[in-house]
Design a protein around this ligand. Structure first.
Ligand code: ADP
Length: 442
């Protein structure tokens, strides 16, 4: 800056001195020289000024023109400033980009709204949650796009401390929790979280409590009814009649006991840690045990066929495996009329694993019921299940116990012809018997 003023002052002083000399000596040559110097001085500055003006009209980032004389310093200072501003801009845009990436990566949906609820920006999760279109929907009021009355009331009421649970029309089958957060002057962040799974669990929990209450209520009502009858009419009742009522009451008590036992088994399976046990359970022993159970439940009413004993063992929990396979066998007996055939067998799996199957030629199941059979309390025929002592929890227990062993349950059935339930164990759960003997000897 100093150089600029020095140069300007220098030229001005020379011009004035020349003009004074011209006036003093009345010499036209000096006058012309003074005038020429002044014009040169003015032209030089105007020329540099026009170059600066021209540069200012160019896009940001255009290199500065090289200045002559004192203007060199002015241009250099401007150049430094422009470079500094460009650096700041680029740092800002890097920070902004970083922020956008972070907001994009959020597992929750984020929509930025202006004071009039018009959409300014949203991340990919919000796009998926709310069915928004990044090309068409920017700038439009969010209430034009999400037209659910509950959402419009929520946005307009302004009670943003509360959450709104929404089943969006644009994303059927999902449940979202929405919340608005105020920031800045009058801007808003609309946050969305997918709570479909939590919602389903809540519905399941409610259904479960209702089902258990219902299952216990019926036998309890029967038991208290019989006790009432006995209390009121004991003197007049014959011994046979009393015995009859007491037997019926005991049956109902046993039903409740079975239900509680199954509930406890299920809850133990659900709440315990992933299976750690590597107990070696002999498949032949399991087969013999469940065959005995089938014979006991059948009491000679069915033909029980047992496949040959395999020479491998399963790695897992003996009690859980016993409970799962026992439930399959018990169902086969209970849903097969007298005279039917039940076949229990182990087969080697194609993948190196092993499969336990129970086939019957009983009542069979219509295909529409198959996907839901392992749900708690799901029964095809409620009456038949109860008559045969069912709790509606057997297959849920089977599924949980098998899942804990990375095993799957396959169900094939045809109404009126019978069913086959197959539990497939993966290769890592199956060990040859030789290894078992060897490890037991260690
Ligand atoms: P339940 O205690 O009622 O037997 P489960 O969970 O064991 O409950 O079975 C669910 C339903 O699946 C039963 O109510 C029954 O309708 C059907 N089911 C299970 N096993 C068989 C089978 N072997 N044959 C026909 N239906 C079966």
């Amino acid at each position: 800056m100093g150089q600029f003023w020095l140069e300007t002052l220098g030229v001005a002083v020379i011009s004035i001195v020349t003009a004074l000399l011209a006036w003093f000596f009345l010499d036209p040559l000096w006058s012309l020289m003074g005038l020429a110097l002044l014009l040169l001085f003015i032209w030089h500055h105007l020329h540099q000024l026009s170059r600066l003006w021209h540069w200012l009209e160019q896009p940001i980032g255009t290199p500065l023109p090289a200045g002559g004389g004192a203007w060199e310093g002015v241009f250099a200072a401007l150049h430094r400033r422009a470079r500094h501003a460009a650096e700041e801009r680029s740092q800002l845009s890097i920070a902004l980009e970083r922020f956008r990436h972070a907001a994009q990566a959020l597992p929750d949906g984020v929509v930025i709204l202006d004071a009039n609820h018009a959409i300014e920006w949203f991340n990919a999760t919000a796009e998926a949650h709310l069915g928004l279109n990044p090309i068409q929907d920017i700038g439009y009021p969010v209430t034009n796009l999400l037209r659910e009355p509950d959402f419009i009331n929520y946005i307009q009421a302004g009670k943003y401390a509360e959450l709104l649970v929404l089943h969006p029309v644009r994303n059927p089958g999902r449940t979202l929790a929405l919340q608005v957060v105020l920031y800045g002057a009058a801007q808003k962040l609309l946050l969305s979280r997918d709570i479909t799974q939590i919602d389903k669990l809540e519905v399941m929990r409610r259904d479960f409590v209702a089902n258990v209450s219902h299952e216990l209520k019926t036998p309890l009502t029967v038991v208290s009814g019989f006790l009432e009858t006995l209390l009121d009419g004991l003197p007049e009742l014959s011994a046979e009649e009393a015995q009859h009522f007491l037997t019926l009451a005991r049956d109902q008590a046993l039903r409740m006991q079975r239900l509680i036992e199954d509930l406890l088994t299920l809850s133990a399976l659900e709440s315990s840690n992933p299976l750690q046990s590597d107990e070696r359970v002999g498949c032949a022993d399991l087969l013999a045990e469940v065959a005995d159970e089938a014979r006991a439940i059948s009491s000679g009413r069915h033909r029980i066929e047992v496949g040959s004993a395999p020479d491998y063992s399963l790695l897992g929990s003996r009690s859980e495996l016993r409970s799962a396979l026992g439930n399959l066998v018990s169902n086969a007996v209970r849903y097969t009329p007298e005279g039917g055939v039940i076949r229990i067998a182990w087969q080697p799996g194609a993948d190196g694993g092993a499969a336990f199957s129970v086939s019957d030629n009983g009542v069979g199941i219509e295909s529409q019921h198959l996907p839901r059979l392992t749900e708690r309390f799901y029964r095809v025929d409620r009456g038949r299940s109860r008559e045969s002592g069912g709790t509606g929890l057997g297959l849920a227990i089977v599924k949980h116990a098998l899942t804990r062993h990375q095993a799957t349950l396959e169900i094939n059935s045809e109404l009126g012809s019978g069913s086959t339930f197959t539990a497939r164990f993966p290769p890592q759960r199956v060990a040859p018997m030789v290894q078992m003997v060897a490890s037991n000897l260690k």
